[in-house]
Design a protein around this ligand. Structure first.
Ligand code: CP
Length: 306
């Protein structure tokens, strides 16, 4: 079994069989992560560069750890310590890195479309680790894995993506992936944070958070992206928390089992209360653990393709 593409640029158009294969392969690697020696020789001899032009904690460490667990040689590039600071263009940087014979490039960039552009200027396998407001496919995959792990399936589940959908690449990857896997997907947030016409992706729009809590199996709670100036779309963070924040009272009002995801980093007391972020409904740190297994699966499946 192999994937239908040699790159992972997004989950838009990725066939169900590919997503299934990645999730099932991740289950095998999830078991490896529980062993005393958490390492397999699968990608020995492969060289992978992590090209991060934008800040990251989870994704960067998770990819690096996944590469080390698979015995690949890894190189970490960050703009602040590179010759990009001296004015070197992105294309020249990539060409120079490629001349050192790298097999795969994991890229995070503030501009949408950069991973796609890389496929045209590089022979390496390209993995998108988040590009602008476009997609974050490994986050979408680890979210789906965590939902399946907790609820046993995705088909027929009701999943609502809550909050700053307009600024979220996580939202798009979730929508594409979850719909392909047969889930019913909705979005909920202030109308200023819901892109016009998002219904054309086959999602329902809710503006009332109580309705979202009452009628869904899963809430994927998004961060208010203050660094992308999301604050101008709401009167205040306090008001946002009042109307859309996920709190224990809100969940328990409807007295039902619900699974709470959050991609991190969290704004405690804004989109989610600390009580929920650390409480029994959430799977936030399971998502982080599962992220390593998902990234191992993606690296393995792309790195061993012929
Ligand atoms: N979820 C996520 O992408 O987190 P980082 O920005 O820390 O990688």
């Amino acid at each position: 079994m192999s994937l239908s593409s040699r790159h992972l640029l997004g989950l838009h158009g990725v066939p169900k069989e590919d997503i299934q294969l990645i999730l099932d392969t991740a289950t095998t690697f999830r078991e490896v992560l529980e062993r005393p020696i958490k390492k397999v020789p699968t990608l020995q001899g492969k060289t992978i560069v992590n090209l991060f032009y934008e800040n990251s904690t989870r994704t960067r460490i998770s990819f690096e750890l996944a590469q080390k667990r698979l015995s690949a040689d890894t190189i970490n590039f960050s703009t602040s310590t590179s010759s990009a600071k001296k004015g070197e263009t992105f294309k020249d940087t990539v060409r120079n890195i490629e001349a050192m014979k790298v097999d795969m490039i994991v890229v995070r960039h503030q501009s949408a479309g950069v991973p796609n552009y890389l496929t045209r200027i590089s022979k390496a396998n390209i993995i998108n680790a988040g590009d602008g407001l476009h997609e974050h496919p490994t986050q979408g995959l680890l979210d789906m894995y965590s939902i399946r792990e907790r609820l046993g399936r995705m088909e027929g589940l009701k999943v609502c993506i809550v909050g700053d959908v307009a600024h979220s690449r996580v939202a798009l990857s979730n929508i594409f992936g979850l719909k392909t896997m047969g889930a019913e997907v909705s979005v909920c947030g202030p109308s200023t944070m819901i892109p016009l016409g998002i219904e054309s992706l086959g999602v329902k729009v809710l503006n009332n958070i109580d309705e979202a809590v009452a009628n869904n199996d899963v809430l994927n709670v998004l961060r208010i992206q203050l660094e992308r100036n999301a604050g101008i779309r709401i009167p205040s963070l306090r008001e946002y928390h009042h109307y859309f924040g996920i709190t224990r009272e809100r969940i328990e009002k409807f007295n039902r089992d619900i699974v709470i995801l959050h991609p991190g980093p969290i704004n405690r007391g804004v989109e989610i209360s600390s009580e929920v972020a650390d409480g029994p409904y959430q799977v936030i740190l399971d998502q982080v653990t599962n992220g390593v297994a998902i990234r191992m699966a993606v690296l393995y499946l792309l790195g061993t393709m012929h």
